[in-house]
Design a protein around this ligand. Sequence first.
Ligand code: URP
Ligand code: ZN
Ligand code: ZN
Length: 464
Amino acid sequence: MSLLIKNGTVVTPENTAIADVYVEGETITAIGENLPHKSESTIDAKGSYVIPGGIDVHTHLEAPVGGTTSSDDFETGTRAAAFGGTTCIVDFATQSKGQSLLAAYKAWRLKGTKATIDFGLHMIVVDVGNGRIEELDDLVREGVTSFKLFTAYPGVLMVDDGMLLQVMVRAKSLGALVAVHAENGGAIEYLVHKALTEGRTTPIEHALTRPAITEAEAVHRVIALSRIAEAPVYIVHVSSAEALEEISRARRKGFAVLGETCPQYLLLTKEELLRPGFEGAKFVLTPPLREHADQEALWKGLEDGTLQVVSTDHCPFFYATQKHAGLNDFTKIPNGGPGIEHRLQLLYHFGVRTGRLSVQRWVELVASNPAKIFGLYPRKGVLQVGSDADIVIWNPNQKYKISAVSHHMNVDYSMYEGMVVEGNAETVISRGEVIVNRNNWSAKPGRGRYLKRSPFAAASSTVR
Ligand code: URP
Ligand code: ZN
Ligand code: ZN
């Protein structure tokens, strides 16, 4: 099957210019002006950007969190992702305490058999006792080349500094990357206990018991550990100016520290948790939403390269049922929010249209950098000859109203309900197959392939 995408404004690492893209089978085989190629199908992309499919490297599909399971599985979650222009995700397989890492990996591979777009897996490592550390080598052989560890959630996911260091050293020797959810779990536990003792139980307490300093302290410590290990580190979902400053200082000194933020931290504040009734629970996610000044700092961090990636941390729970578990106690609200579908739209509307980000930078943040950092480049994340034909035709002028009524995520609310954004994925192509065409969906569950990812070092030096 061949496909010619004509007359679009094609975004490549070198430039953004009008060109044609030719696809044979699953692969891009030519990019150039007025390609003479004959094709079985043709798309006229005049007036639209032609960009590499988005890559979301922080999703939790069908994930066990806080005694329940996130409501999107690999079928519904990847379909929603595709509607928003994301053609590849890297989801988190999660080890439970005492479980073999390989068993956890296999369980997530099974969940992934329903995927509609290609996917990779990180591993959330909670326990490397009893010789489990050696299983990290097996994971890397399976293409799991990044491990996420938590300095928060004592008793569940939190690891101590010694274990974090041990994993960093092992990961370095394997060419794998350690990603960290950085918050001071002990301090938060103390503040939560105090709040509950004082009878403070409503959703806003989630944010008040996790102040920015608990994030900044942990980021500082994690960076110190990465220096001891002489290993690179990637800080997930950076939410505050204080935490960002730690990353910025480390990078200025030349340390290998990378970081991501998410649309919710760029666009929403903790005021949302004060919504009437129990509505604030819709915005209980971790780290919590912060202040306007934090948003400003994070935008600057994206502009100046302190942060390299925008992911979603998509972790949806139904408001009417799952979030209500915490009606009388904010600690029982499952942590997480939906977002996999709207990442490109939100960043385009609030980043590119406002002039904060160039189109080129937008593509770096949502596609190229995630691919480079997580071992998928140049197979994914770039339009170039030989790359997978994961392509989005992006109409910069299409207005789109975000709403739970029309979104494709399996969840009963949107954090951006009623927001009108300009710019949308009109056609989405995954390995040469058109899977979204305007509002029409044509992909079968299970067509998404598991991606064995390369070691970290390969393309990371070109990340901007
Ligand atoms: O609240 C969140 N972010 N839930 C998902 C798990 C995590 O911490 O990334
Ligand atoms: Zn996290
Ligand atoms: Zn997460």
